[in-house]
Design a protein around this ligand. Structure first.
Ligand SMILES: Cc1cc2nc3c(=O)[nH]c(=O)nc-3n(C[C@H](O)[C@H](O)[C@H](O)COP(=O)(O)OP(=O)(O)OC[C@H]3O[C@@H](n4cnc5c(N)ncnc54)[C@H](O)[C@@H]3O)c2cc1C
Length: 244
């Protein structure tokens, strides 16, 4: 009975390939007949069953974790998962041990953290946020004006966000070199130092929740951007499990 119920709720899939993109970033491609022809907008995420869970509430669904879709070609769904350390939770553990052929279940792509028409687009975030941003940046119309400040631990952990093919984008990375990623004032300062047009564009802020709040506060209070021009999506924060 459990299996029949699960089939109605969650799509069955299998791991197609696993590629180590950087010491702490694994690029995992999922495939399977149930993944064909899904509706997906760049910036949306999927929720995966990363492990079984003993509790009564989780009996059916198991433990879910949420990952942005890096790319989707109508059949294969690509994720990039950050390994946040030795004491990491079930999501990072799943990614660390995933092998080609492993079976899993997931919910269809969902979410409203997507791009909108604007005079210019501003992106800020860390390792996890850049996964959503890669997809969102690829979806922008040709000639779109882009600003971005990304903070990762080391240059290895930069993803290809298309900056080499779009030389006019003002996209730059800074490096934490072992400093924690939460409440990252250095990222706020990097956004503060940006020479933005006088009128607001639209900002996309994802990743660690407290850092997002700080960058948002800077845009709204210091630069007087309307709140509706700042789209936020907290992905994680210290001490909380499985945000979303
Ligand atoms: C909409 C959405 C999209 C997301 N997209 C991605 C994505 O594309 N790639 C990705 O890697 N993650 C993404 N995440 C985060 C992901 O869902 C998990 O939160 C993350 O993988 C941690 O899960 P876990 O089970 O390992 O740890 P959990 O059990 O959820 O958390 C345990 C503890 O680990 C710490 N922790 C969690 N994440 C980090 C981190 N990044 N750095 C440092 N410490 C951390 C926190 O202290 C937390 O309390 C996304 C989240 C959301 C809500």
């Amino acid at each position: 009975m459990k299996r029949r119920l699960l089939d109605r709720l969650l799509l069955p899939a299998r791991v197609h390939t696993v590629e180590q993109r950087a010491p702490r970033l694994r690029h995992i491609t999922l495939t399977g007949p149930a993944l064909a022809g899904l509706a997906w907008q760049p910036g949306q995420h999927v929720r995966l069953q990363v492990s079984a869970a003993p509790g009564a509430v989780d009996w059916l669904i198991g433990t879910l974790r949420t990952y942005s879709v890096w790319d989707y070609d109508g059949e294969n769904l690509e994720l990039i998962v950050y390994d946040h350390g030795d004491s990491s939770g079930p999501g990072a553990e799943w990614a660390r041990t995933a092998r080609s052929g492993d079976e899993l279940r997931l919910l269809k792509p969902e979410g409203d953290f997507t791009t909108a028409p604007a005079d210019y687009h501003l992106f800020a975030g860390e390792e996890t946020a850049q996964v959503a941003y890669g997809a969102m940046l690829r979806a922008l119309p040709a000639g779109a004006r882009v600003f971005g400040r990304l903070e990762v631990d080391s240059p290895d952990e930069r993803l290809d966000l298309g900056q080499d093919r779009n030389q006019d984008w003002d996209l730059a990375w800074s490096y934490r070199r072992g400093r924690p990623a939460d409440s990252a004032l250095t990222l706020v300062d990097a956004v503060r130092a940006l020479d933005l047009p006088a009128d607001p564009g639209i900002a996309y802020l994802a990743g660690e929740a407290r850092t997002i709040q700080l960058v948002r506060r800077h845009l709204v209070e210091d630069r007087h951007w309307p709140r509706r021009s700042v789209r936020t999506k907290p992905f994680w924060t210290p001490g909380k499990k499985g945000l979303d």
